[in-house]
Design a protein around this ligand. Structure first.
Ligand SMILES: Cc1cc2nc3c(=O)[nH]c(=O)nc-3n(C[C@H](O)[C@H](O)[C@H](O)COP(=O)(O)OP(=O)(O)OC[C@H]3O[C@@H](n4cnc5c(N)ncnc54)[C@H](O)[C@@H]3O)c2cc1C
Ligand code: SF4
Ligand code: SF4
Length: 933
């Protein structure tokens, strides 16, 4: 029988999808094959328990949540069974992720046509459930148009193959269709993006009674898909992206019709305000033409030259309407624009006024020629309700996406939501449109179907449901006999948590509840983002368990702050949920809504262990700066003692460190001691403050010495503080936030004085972009100064602000030094592991540019090294730490061969590489100073 889990933590993890709704299941089932799926269905039928099928759970309308049993089909049913390149078909299990199918089809020049923005994690079963579309459905059709056969089990328990002509195989279904021919012929299938309601037009006799196509879009309310045979399409040999700029989104929508004759593969609209959000998040954005709204037009060609020629024709033709046009010839720039478009729901997660913006009215569609008019009416309706949202969407298909700042946290907010949605639905119906253009109706729209369909049509849908699921057990409350769309709203169940918090949560109004509710469930964390240089979420990549996703953790924390399924932040469920979080901060930059689980984990540990006995690792690894200072008095002796097998094992046991981890060796001489013994450089040179963090000072002074050499060669007078100044990183990551604030306070005050008093602050030549400079070598410590210090001490704390502004990586300082030229590194082949905190907070672009200028051939690895400070050293984390290292870093190092330079600025990354790969990795400073090994 399928694995099942009825724990409160598991129920919390599956209590919502990417929608507004929270519906906790009684139990989650993880079937391993089709027979187990059937067994789950039969058991639910026997017991009369509701059952909701679930793929990746990225549905936005509450389509994938339910009481009773939620059945996760993504966990074990992810195999592409076969692929026939000649026939251009594929047979898949329901849990196959779309990108995996595309990877299997690509070598044959084939692809699956529709591609929702969630392609990196959405499953074929879920796509069939929602009749998913996406940008390229414009050229290749919706999922329904690409489904040939479905192996299903219906809500009656009947197992059958749904295909053209199979209507007669479901008792009573043929009669239902014949009784409703009129309404089906006139009201269903009127235009491409009529996503609301069942697609009954496919059941018509003149259309071949195609039960497979009709089941697409039924949102798991009629049958559960066990396997599917799909049509693949020929992928264009070349594509090019043209961006056309217009004064605003409505003008862009008006212009979409004129672009269609150019036969684009995709024709999307995107608002300039989304790009502003991306820039504010510090992400690089390719140059885009002038405009307040853009059309993104992907044009195909049999050759790159043909695609380019099509682009030239389009830009010439678009002239009169468009303000400006730009062809993105560089595929990496085009990919960057597509990534922004795909993350639109996340970046649109704040309204223009900065309020949280929500799903709920997310994907209405109108016939494409009505889109401009609809958009203007829609903007007016928003204004009437005092609401805001940033639109974007599939303009070539008339489908408009928007997240809206419904005031759920205010009294009467729910009523505003109801009033707006009812009027928006009437507006869409008035434009001949559909409440849903691709996400399905779920709980958000099913109640509104009578505004779009006659009672006869609604009756026909109910009769189809009665034929396939007479007991209403499959995904009840959706499509037929709907729940009110304002029932079960997740956000209205919350209560603020503001008192006695460790961090300030300035961007969330000082409220931890708002912070953990940032997660809207869009599921970027349930995908492998490492190929694109992303980090989030390494623990999921290692375990593939929902528990270890950023999303799963957010859900458990949401339940904990709400005090619902999980009782408080100190509960065992929260502990389990956060246990494998590496605190890598990958989510802080990679999650489009800015979930920062490392911060929440530190907060939870702070709240849980405040004035209580802590786990041993908090005293050992959390207090590393103190132990290192002690060891510095006799480092050789300390190393000797810790290298003794018996003592080492005892020390590890007491310290809560995994016995397989070697203990790091203290440097025989700290960086600061070395520094004190060397002559000072000339006083006339511009000054930089080199900050010896604990790790550089006590464990890697060679990186510091190399940095001194490189900075002096660059013409600087290097200074070091005359006392140890610790950023409190290890106290932060172990949630000892009271101590952390004390330690950090001292360091920040002192560093602020040091960067403030030199010539740099008075306009001297040491200025880099107008501020005095502090160079940090350990990325995680420097990230504390830039990010955590303001978050702990206050974004308005004068010293924290001065230090955060002054803090620079070595590459940033060198890259901005006038006249500095990097050493010649041509011929150097390097694998670089940007530290996760560098990825999340500091950025690695300056390093990339510098290495490119030096002529080195560098492969930057995405993902995390797996050690992540104290995480990988702690008892119980070893296997996951190794598994994380194996996801990207270790394979890349092995593939590069023994002669490649391995570059890693993070002490954790170097330690992990040394231990698991036997490779000594260099800090950038060491490479620039001439080191190669
Ligand atoms: C940021 C974001 C962007 C999106 N962009 C798009 C887009 O561009 N185009 C688009 O069409 N959609 C989009 N979506 C919606 C959603 O991602 C897609 O509909 C996706 O195909 C759902 O796949 P899933 O695996 O997550 O399915 P789930 O959400 O898990 O399930 C979807 C529905 O299918 C049912 N279901 C799942 N598996 C089965 C099965 N085996 N048998 C029967 N029923 C099943 C579920 O009960 C549910 O009703 C987006 C969502 C987000 C969050
Ligand atoms: S954590 Fe971020 S990426 Fe993951 S589901 Fe939540 S919002 Fe999406
Ligand atoms: S901090 Fe890292 S491991 Fe933890 S949830 Fe975020 S991405 Fe995942």
């Amino acid at each position: 029988m399928a694995g099942v889990d009825a724990s409160a933590r598991r129920r919390a993890e599956y209590s919502t999808d990417a929608s507004l709704y929270r519906v906790a299941p009684e139990l989650v089932a993880f079937p391993r094959d089709a027979d187990e799926v059937v067994a789950v269905v039969e058991t639910c039928l026997g017991l009369g328990v509701p059952l909701t099928a679930r793929g990746a759970g990225t549905s936005i309308a509450g389509n994938a949540v339910g009481t009773g049993v939620v059945m996760d089909l993504a966990r074990h049913l992810g195999r592409v069974r076969s692929l026939d390149p000649e026939a251009a078909t594929a047979r898949v299990e329901p849990g196959v992720v779309l990108d995996d199918l595309q990877a299997a089809a690509r070598p044959h020049g084939l692809r699956f046509g529709p591609d929702p923005s969630t392609h990196s994690r959405c499953t074929l079963g879920g796509m069939i459930g929602n009749n998913a579309c996406g940008s390229r459905a414009l050229a290749y059709g919706r999922t329904a148009d690409n489904v040939l056969e479905l192996d299903v089990v219906a809500g009656t328990g009947q197992r059958l193959v749904a295909r053209p002509g199979a209507v007669g195989e479901v008792p009573g279904l043929d009669a239902v269709v014949r009784a409703a021919l009129g309404p089906i012929r006139t009201q269903f299938g009127r235009f491409g993006r009529q996503g609301s309601g069942y697609s009954l037009e496919h059941l018509l006799p003149e259309r071949g009674g195609d039960l497979a196509q009709a089941l697409a879009g039924s949102e798991g309310t009629l049958a559960v898909v066990l396997g599917a045979t799909l049509r693949l399409v020929k992928a264009p040999a070349a594509t090019v992206l043209v961006v056309l700029g217009y004064p605003d989104m409505a003008a862009a929508a008006d212009a979409a019709g004129a672009v269609l004759p150019h036969h684009p593969v995709a024709l999307e609209g995107i608002d300039a305000r989304i790009i502003d959000v991306v820039r504010r998040r510090g992400r690089a954005v390719p140059d885009l033409p002038k405009g307040g709204g853009w059309l993104l037009v992907e044009l195909p060609g049999a050759t790159p030259a043909e695609a380019e020629a099509a682009a030239v024709r389009l830009t010439a033709a678009a002239g009169p309407d468009a303000l400006a046009a730009r062809v993105l010839h560089d595929p990496s720039q085009a990919a960057a624009v597509w990534r922004i478009r795909e993350d639109g729901a996340g970046f649109g997660g704040r309204s223009p006024a900065g309020a949280p913006a929500w799903a709920g009215w997310e994907d209405a569609a109108v016939p494409p020629e009505r889109l401009g008019a609809y958009l203007r009416d829609f903007e007016a309706l928003l204004a009437d309700h005092g609401l805001g949202g940033i639109p974007y969407g599939h303009f070539g298909d008339g489908c408009l996406h928007v997240r809206i700042d419904f005031p759920f946290d205010r009294p009467g907010g729910q009523a505003v939501y109801r009033s707006f949605v009812e009027q928006a639905a009437a507006l869409v119906a008035g434009h001949g449109g559909s409440m849903s253009g691709e996400h399905g109706d779920g709980r958000a729209r099913s109640e509104l179907l009578p505004l779009m369909y006659s009672p006869d049509a609604i009756g026909a849908m109910a009769a189809v449901k009665a034929a396939l699921d007479p007991r209403d057990l499959l995904n009840p409350g959706v499509l037929v006999r709907p729940r009110p769309f304002d029932a079960d709203l997740r956000r209205t169940m919350v209560r603020p948590v503001t008192g006695r918090l460790g961090f300030r949560y300035a961007e969330d109004g000082g409220d931890l509840t708002s912070a953990v509710h940032r997660c809207t469930g869009i599921g970027r964390c349930v995908a492998d983002n490492s190929a694109a240089g992303g980090v989030m979420c390494p623990s999921w990549l290692a375990t593939r368990d929902e528990k270890d996703t950023t999303r799963g953790r957010s859900r458990v924390l949401q339940e904990a702050v709400n005090g619902t399924l999980v009782r408080g932040l100190s509960s065992p469920e929260v502990r389990e949920s956060l246990d494998l979080c590496l605190a890598c901060k990958g989510c802080a930059s990679d999650c489009p809504t800015g979930v920062d689980m490392a911060t929440y984990k530190a907060e939870v540990l702070h709240q849980t262990y405040r004035r209580r006995l802590r786990p041993p690792a908090h005293y050992s690894l959390g207090w590393v700066p103190r132990w290192a200072a002690l060891a510095a008095r006799a480092p050789r002796l300390a190393n000797l003692l810790l290298a003794t097998p018996v003592l080492s094992q005892v020390a590890k046991r007491l310290a809560g460190v995994d016995r397989r981890r070697p203990l790091p060796r203290f440097a025989p001489q700290t960086l600061r001691t070395w520094w004190r013994r060397r002559p000072a450089a000339g006083p006339t040179r511009p000054r930089v403050l080199l900050w010896p963090d604990t790790f550089t000072d006590h464990f890697s002074p060679s990186a510091g010495q190399a940095a001194v050499q490189v900075l002096e060669d660059a013409g600087y007078r290097v200074e070091l503080p005359d006392e140890p100044l610790c950023c409190a990183l290890t106290w932060i990551s172990t949630g000892q936030l009271d101590t952390a604030k004390r330690v950090l306070r001292h360091a920040v005050d002192r560093l602020a004085t040091l960067v403030g008093e030199g010539p740099g602050s008075k306009g001297g030549s040491a200025e880099v972009r107008g501020a005095s400079v502090l160079v940090g070598l350990e990325p995680s410590c420097l990230a504390v100064l830039r990010h955590d210090a303001p978050a702990l001490l206050g974004a308005d704390d004068p010293a924290a602000v001065v230090v955060a502004r002054a803090a620079r990586t070595l590459a940033e300082v060198l890259g901005a030094t006038p006249g500095w030229a990097p050493p010649d590194l041509s011929g150097v082949v390097a694998v670089a592991q940007p530290h996760c905190h560098q990825h999340a907070v500091l950025g690695w672009e300056a390093d990339r540019d510098l290495l490119a200028r030096a002529g080195a051939e560098v492969t930057a690895v995405g993902g995390c090294c797996g050690l992540a400070g104290n995480f990988g050293a702690e008892r119980g984390h070893y296997d996951v730490s190794v598994a994380v290292a194996e996801t990207a870093l270790l394979p890349a190092v092995r593939a590069a061969g023994p002669d490649a330079v391995v570059l890693a600025d993070g002490f954790s990354c170097r330690t992990q590489l040394d231990h698991l790969a036997g490779r000594r990795a260099l800090h950038l400073a060491e490479l620039l100073a001439g080191g190669r090994r």
